[in-house]
Design a protein around this ligand. Structure first.
Ligand code: PMT
Length: 416
């Protein structure tokens, strides 16, 4: 939500196999609007080339403490002062020890010591090294000093071991950095979100519905409200509590959701997100009394429900940005893109609902963002993190040119 706009972030990269993940992290942070400068230790340069990170960060890589040319441009103290956040990732066991000891014998540790910015450390090392009491003590020292430790995660390691010590995924590191900064990028904006399933009655006790829990839509509403938006959540029947600062309108059927959405967009709306799993069909007639068990078969006549998001997107009260979700079990990207075009959406978020670990009723999700420019996979993360990322992107679509972009352009000028 571009709430990293105008934020300067230094990433100090040390020599671990996970150093290659800093390419993705740099891209994510810049995507959130941050200006990123990178310091690489000598070891880090053995795992990923400075040129790769230079291209992705848009700035020369800082490597030497005593470098005349660098000191003439941005000296180490100036660099340390420039940062709004200082992240060491991956932080090897040695880097953790040196930070804990307050060493200042290379550029990375010197800048970390000299920065007034909050320090984040994302350790990555062999599980035995992580479990070593020396490392635990060093980490505790850093925590006691107010350093934010991110991870590590656990799992298969490059060395063949299994256990804690994996670098936290870039998308989750980026979310931690984002969470640190007040995020009011949607201040003054109005966001309407649909969430959960709809229920189409067959009789007073039975209905047609689906497995949507509402978690994705509620996470989006929370992220929108936290970003300062006036947030209206039109929710199907779900067992979730309303996020703080969100106005919730409860509905049961697609017809009621349709009516609520059309009414809401009469008020000028900046972003509309359809994350609800709306039933495409309803029973032509809902029996007034419980249907009795007669015969071996029962035929139900189903008729089409209105396509809510299509009407929203084609309305004369069209919100500035209309985002749909596409729940697909096959040909994810092709089917989702077809929906984007047919429904007149700016963006479609493609959700593979054939997997049990993502999509319906899970706490995590992995989606593909599709818009008129192209497509991008957003790796597996929690629905809460994903919601923040998606709201950031919506905010960016509302104001594509940010102050920070200008600031970065000026800095690039200065670097030439
Ligand atoms: O609720 P969770 O358990 O957290 O799960 C999240 C989710 C999987 C439900 C969510 O991420 C998701 O993918 N939602 C869209 C589900 C869906 O109905 O997809 P669709 O491909 O059928 O619909 C495409 C778009 O049209 C959606 O934005 C949908 O809200 C909208 N639609 C569909 C039918 C209809 N009659 N009216 C609509 O507005």
């Amino acid at each position: 939500m571009g709430h990293l706009h105008n934020r300067n972030i230094i990433i100090g990269v040390t020599g671990g196999i996970a150093a290659y993940k800093i390419a993705e992290l740099t891209r994510l942070l810049r995507g959130d609007g941050a200006a990123v400068r990178i310091i690489m230790s000598r070891g880090a340069q053995a795992f990923i080339t400075p040129l790769t990170l230079q291209s992705l960060s848009g700035h020369p890589i800082h490597t030497e403490l005593l470098d005349e040319t660098a000191e003439m441009g941005m000296g180490h103290i100036e660099l340390a002062r420039w940062a709004d956040a200082f992240l060491v990732a991956p932080a090897t066991a040695d880097a953790v020890a040196r930070l804990a000891a307050g060493r200042a014998d290379d550029l990375l540790t010197t800048a970390a010591l000299a920065t007034p910015a909050p320090l984040f450390v994302a350790p990555a090392m062999n599980q035995q090294m992580w479990n070593n009491p020396a490392t635990s003590a060093n980490i505790q020292t850093l925590i006691n000093r107010g350093v934010n430790i991110i991870g590590p995660g656990a799992g298969d390691q490059a060395c063949g071991d299994v256990g804690p010590g994996r670098l936290t995924e870039p998308v989750d590191i980026s979310a931690k950095i984002n969470a640190h900064f007040p995020n009011r990028a949607l201040e003054g904006k109005r966001v309407v979100i649909t969430a959960g399933p709809t229920r189409e009655p067959l009789d007073p006790v039975r209905y047609i519905s689906n497995h949507s829990s509402g978690k994705m839509g509620f996470a989006l509403a929370k992220a929108a409200a936290e970003a300062g938006a006036e947030t209206i959540l039109i929710a199907g029947p779900v067992m979730l509590s309303t996020p703080e600062g969100v106005t919730r309108l409860n509905v049961e059927t697609a017809g009621q959701m349709h009516e609520a959405c059309i009414e809401q967009i009469h008020k000028p709306t900046d972003v509309f997100i359809g994350s609800a799993a709306v039933a495409d069909y309803r029973a032509e007639f809902s029996a007034p009394q419980k249907i009795k068990k007669v015969g071996d078969t029962l035929n139900l006549n189903l008729i089409r429900n209105p396509d809510i998001i299509t009407e929203v997107a084609k309305s004369k009260h069209r919100p500035t940005v209309v985002v749909g979700f596409a729940a697909e079990t096959e040909h994810l990207v092709e089917h989702a893109e077809a929906k984007r075009v047919a429904k007149g959406l700016d963006v479609v978020v493609a959700n593979d609902v054939s997997r049990a670990d993502i999509g319906f009723n899970s706490d995590a999700n992995m989606v593909t963002w599709l818009d008129n420019i192209g497509r991008e996979v957003i790796p597996l993360t929690t629905k809460q993190n994903l919601a923040k990322l998606l709201m950031m992107r919506c905010s960016k679509r509302l104001s594509p040119t940010s102050d920070n972009d200008e600031k970065m352009a000026t800095q690039l000028e200065g670097d030439r």
